[in-house]
Design a binder for this molecule. Sequence first.
Ligand SMILES: NC(=O)c1ccc[n+]([C@@H]2O[C@H](COP(=O)([O-])OP(=O)(O)OC[C@H]3O[C@@H](n4cnc5c(N)ncnc54)[C@H](OP(=O)(O)O)[C@@H]3O)[C@@H](O)[C@H]2O)c1
Length: 339
Amino acid sequence: MTRYLRKIAVSDVGMGCMGFSHGYGTVPDHDEAVDSIRAAYQAGCTFFDTAEGYGKERFFPGHNEQLVGEAVHPFRDQVVLATKVRIEPEEVAEYGVEGALRHHLALSMENLQTDYVDLYYLHRVNEDVALSDVSLAMGKLIDQGLIRGWGLSQVSLDLLKEADQVTPVSAVQNLYNMLERDCEQTIQPYCLENGIGLVPFSPIASGFLSGQLHSTSQFEKVDDVRNWVPQLSQENMDKNQPVIHLLNQFAEAKGVTTAQLSLAWMLAKYPNVVPIPGSKNRARTLENLAAAQVDLAPVEMQRLDTALNELTIHGHRGTVEVENRQVGYNRATHTKWTN
Ligand SMILES: NC(=O)c1ccc[n+]([C@@H]2O[C@H](COP(=O)([O-])OP(=O)(O)OC[C@H]3O[C@@H](n4cnc5c(N)ncnc54)[C@H](OP(=O)(O)O)[C@@H]3O)[C@@H](O)[C@H]2O)c1
């Protein structure tokens, strides 16, 4: 099946490739990572997500892009490659917004072994760099065929509208999963109305919604986001167990896994949602892609949503993302995210 991020056609479920270089502790070896990405393609996945920065903590910037570029090289024209850029005020002062973007894009294209990027996201809005200038420059890159579309990540409605008015945005990559549903009230109505895709990152809540993490789970000390994701603190994992109980009930009845159910839920809810779960484990990658085949009837969705709405969720990652400048640059939108 095909979904659309404005005009860009992608498979219902994409593949988040970050974990092969960053964010979830020790990474698999190079060949296993490449084979996993190719196995996902063989299973029907046509949408691969990376970023220029993935790998900088353990290896070097561009590490993940290089892996993805190598993996998809044999079938590059059959897939949609999404990568992300951050630009700093210092670069902008020297080269201008457009010059800085072109420099980053050239490096990403080299890493990805391609002469165009399908979807180029601004990884975080930096309040010291005018968003309208970024949007204008992205429009020029589109006109020149260097990118097919552009997007924003972890962005508020006001900033999305501001950017979209200058150059139409193809997709927003925000945090969205059963534990954190702010998007439904904030950006999603605008996205639906304007044909903008919503690409949820951490759609399985960094593994929690698989039901396989517990308050006794140990995470690695180096480069593992699970050490700070608030819903994964020992206390909150215990408190959020009712969500897992709920998912278990539905998953057992449907004969699927809880991870699949959590993805099928967002797919059934909105036609413009394309989750990009990430896994270092090939079997789980295929399990996640198969969520696209899980049908949830309107009556099941209603029961699930009603039950979910009755639960109190403990921990809010969006708040931490904006407070931690190591992670994001959304100071200007802080009040929106903590509402
Ligand atoms: N725009 C942004 O700021 C931003 C931020 C974060 C991520 N991202 C993108 O979004 C992608 C997805 O994010 P994420 O990796 O945090 O998402 P996620 O899929 O919610 O979480 C990944 C974690 O869940 C586990 N997992 C995945 N599928 C599973 C399954 N079926 N059963 C059991 N455990 C499972 C993985 O463990 P195993 O590896 O052991 O299977 C891994 O520890 C990333 O790869 C990256 O491309 C973007």
